[in-house]
Design a protein around this ligand. Sequence first.
Ligand SMILES: *[C@@H]1O[C@H](CO)[C@@H](O)[C@H](O)[C@H]1NC(C)=O
Ligand SMILES: *[C@@H]1O[C@H](CO)[C@@H](O)[C@H](O)[C@H]1NC(C)=O
Ligand SMILES: *[C@@H]1O[C@H](CO)[C@@H](O)[C@H](O)[C@H]1NC(C)=O
Length: 325
Amino acid sequence: MQTRRVCLIAVFCICITSILHLVFNNGVGDSHDGLSCMKTTKWDAVPEHWKLENNRRKQYAKEMCRSFGIPKPFNISDIGQITQLYVDDRHGLLFCEVPKVGCTNWKKLLLYLTHNYNYTEAMSLSQEDVHMRVLSFVTPLARFNEYGRKYRLQNYLKFMMVRHPMERVVSAYVDKLEDDHDPYLLWLGKRILKKYRKNPSEDALKTGRSVTFQEFINYLLDETKTKWGKKNIDIHWRTYDNLCHPCSIDYDVIGKYETLETDSNNILDMIGSQIRYPSFNKSSKTATFMDKYYKQLSPGIVQKIWELYRRDAEIYGYDYSVKQN
Ligand SMILES: *[C@@H]1O[C@H](CO)[C@@H](O)[C@H](O)[C@H]1NC(C)=O
Ligand SMILES: *[C@@H]1O[C@H](CO)[C@@H](O)[C@H](O)[C@H]1NC(C)=O
Ligand SMILES: *[C@@H]1O[C@H](CO)[C@@H](O)[C@H](O)[C@H]1NC(C)=O
């Protein structure tokens, strides 16, 4: 009898809380897919000093965005503009994927969080597998109608991860062209060698291997002359601005590569998940790593790359720090 009464009171309380929550959050239930159980983000689950740092990043980004002038309006109806946004309806999470900034691990976490994969299974997927599985198992924001998209953008915990954009370019080159196992070599390597190497060997043209950083940068600069800001620029070197609209979407958390593990784990704490972001060693991808590659280029070319990514760098407080000698 006693237990039953406690149960009834508990159920009653949960109902009242849910109703109040809906009323005060303006939550007109989502008719598109019946979001009945919106989880609230627990900002008190994370350390104060981290919240301060995150607020500082957000504030700084806002000020930089303002200094750039009115952002190009972001069109929520255009699927092409929201291809990088993924949704976890169970936890009220919205992730903007930036390739080369820990996104493979976040996609693994999303496969787990959305309960389509168990943890061991998700974590053991290969990089190619992850990207394929995510396409079929993690919901892109674009899947919803305009109302569903707006609702999620307003109510979910939105986050993106960034790093120095010039370091990101190096990372893309290393992973896609220097690493012999990447399928990118087959088509992109061949294209670059054909166009930018004076007397390419037959073997180089056949395999697409041995593209130098200089050759890659020549290709990148030519590509961006005509295609910059458009959708057909490769996703690995497209700007943050273009991928995630940071001056239009008010991200709740701006994670950085330098603090990727802490930032990711705090996000997981805020949605009440016990899992952790996988540990990894960044030791080889530091500033000296970046310098090693840019040193191979002339100062004029480095300056050109900086100009391409200046806006991306400045929004997140990265400066022109490439050391030439
Ligand atoms: C937004 O995108 C939709 C779908 O692509 C298009 O029909 C509409 O004209 C766009 N609106 C603006 C203001 O560009
Ligand atoms: C996870 O999934 C794999 C493959 O479906 C299965 O073999 C394994 O037992 C599962 N692990 C747990 C802890 O459920
Ligand atoms: C990272 O590096 C440390 C020291 O170099 C090493 O002990 C550790 O096993 C490495 N961790 C991973 C995940 O590779």
